[in-house]
Design a protein around this ligand. Structure first.
Ligand SMILES: Cc1cc2nc3c(=O)[nH]c(=O)nc-3n(C[C@H](O)[C@H](O)[C@H](O)COP(=O)(O)OP(=O)(O)OC[C@H]3O[C@@H](n4cnc5c(N)ncnc54)[C@H](O)[C@@H]3O)c2cc1C
Length: 376
């Protein structure tokens, strides 16, 4: 997208300014999300027919990683919004779907995903909650274990088995306004990282019209696999690599600027330190290239796209664990004591690999795909 850099340049200073407070005070970065809205970036990947910018997977990766390098919490809020928007665009609910999409594109309606459940943990594709028929719609009773932007989003895309489901892999997806009666934030989030993203468990006891359903009855699994999985996995990989870049840049700056006065040398004069930086740079460059290639595959899918999507999230998440760990090692006690600001991306980076599908599940899925086995 031609003007993506300009839009990012407009939003990033605000996002950078809010990053420390989002982390230290666990404060939802309202100004940063507004900056994304003001620059049009909340509609980045939504089709132009819905008021979006019509960007593709490569644009998503560029934008999300740039936001992550500035503020991890904002980048996850952003990614959850885009994931919710893309699945809504793929199957707009008959009741107010177009209006909702226009709001999501212009930033008037912040979206998120409410998939993970207490009963099926990270296996988000298999909700244990089962909606019951209620009037002309359904009643959903579900314990959602984590919802990003829980108290700040305008709309949740909620998974639940429908009344007609015959097995755990036949969920429905519904667009549920956060202010609907029966939506209750059921706990406080006090995370290791991404502390500003307002993730929280949510208890749902809501009545939803059939017209709020995305797609066909029982069609939620296909939407999860065909839409949410590729967009979320690319974006989650981009969050990881943006955080890795921030940590590596911080480590390089620290190594170059920190002196051993008694030796008249700097940390970067130590070959061990330089080798750590070089290995991290190579790791980051390789995974950045992999992510771009996978984004291009999602834009023009072929038989190898699913394998690439699965393996790329796991690979980027794990590379980021290594890179941020190495950055902390390079920065020594200064890193540990927060002087160089590497601790924030280090802590933020520990969310990506436990976000579903988790790295470990993905390595298994990728192995299955490689061996020609069914994923489920
Ligand atoms: C910051 C943050 C924000 C989040 N935001 C959202 C959100 O907005 N919406 C939402 O729906 N969810 C969200 N989640 C939830 C997330 O997607 C996961 O569901 C959650 O992190 C899983 O945690 P758990 O303790 O239930 O994991 P568990 O399922 O208990 O996993 C524990 C361990 O077992 C491993 N494991 C599990 N299954 C397998 C398998 N099949 N093969 C190999 N290993 C396996 C995992 O890799 C992990 O290491 C968020 C999570 C975090 C941390």
């Amino acid at each position: 997208m031609e003007d993506l850099k300009d839009r990012l340049e407009q939003a990033l200073p605000v996002i950078r300014d809010g990053a420390d407070a989002a982390d230290s005070d666990a404060k939802f970065p309202t100004a940063s999300v507004q900056a994304l809205a003001d620059s049009g970036l909340l509609g980045l990947t939504l089709p132009t027919e819905f008021g979006g910018l019509g960007g593709g997977p490569v644009d998503l990766v560029e934008a999300v990683s740039a936001v992550a390098a500035a503020c991890g919490s904002t980048s996850m809020i952003y990614l959850m919004h885009l994931s919710a928007a893309m699945v809504t665009a793929a199957a707009p609910p008959p009741d107010g779907g177009e209006e909702l999409l226009a709001g999501m594109a212009e930033g008037a309606k912040l979206g998120t995903l409410a998939f993970s459940e207490k009963g099926s943990r990270s296996h988000f594709w298999a909700p244990v909650s089962k909606a019951e028929v209620a009037g002309s719609g359904v009643k959903i009773a579900a314990d959602k274990s984590w919802v990003t932007s829980a108290a700040s989003a305008d709309v949740y895309i909620v998974s639940s088995l429908g009344p007609n489901a015959t097995g755990p892999m036949e969920p429905n997806l519904y667009a549920v306004p956060r202010v609907a009666e029966g939506v209750k934030i059921a706990g406080r989030f006090d995370g290791l990282g991404l502390r500003g993203n307002d993730s929280a468990p949510v208890r749902l006891d809501v009545e939803v019209a059939d017209g709020a359903r995305l797609g066909d009855d029982g069609g939620g699994f296909a939407l999860m696999m065909q839409v949410v999985l590729p967009w979320f996995s690319l974006g989650n990989s981009a969050v990881s690599l943006g955080l890795a870049e921030a940590a590596l840049d911080g480590a390089i700056a620290h190594a170059s600027g920190s002196r051993f006065e008694h030796l008249d040398s700097s940390l970067s004069d130590l070959p061990t330190i330089r080798a750590y930086l070089a290995k991290s740079w190579t790791d980051l460059a390789a995974h950045t290239a992999l992510l771009r290639e996978t984004a291009a595959k999602v834009a023009a899918p072929d038989d190898s796209t699913m394998l690439a999507v699965l393996g790329t999230k796991a690979g980027c998440n794990e590379a980021t664990l290594r890179i941020t760990e190495t950055a902390m090692r390079v920065a020594g006690g200064a890193g540990f004591s927060k002087q160089v600001g590497i601790d924030r991306p280090y802590r933020d980076a520990r969310a990506g690999f436990v976000m579903a599908p988790t790295s470990d599940a993905l390595f298994d899925f990728t192995g299955r795909a490689l061996c020609g086995m069914d994923l489920f």
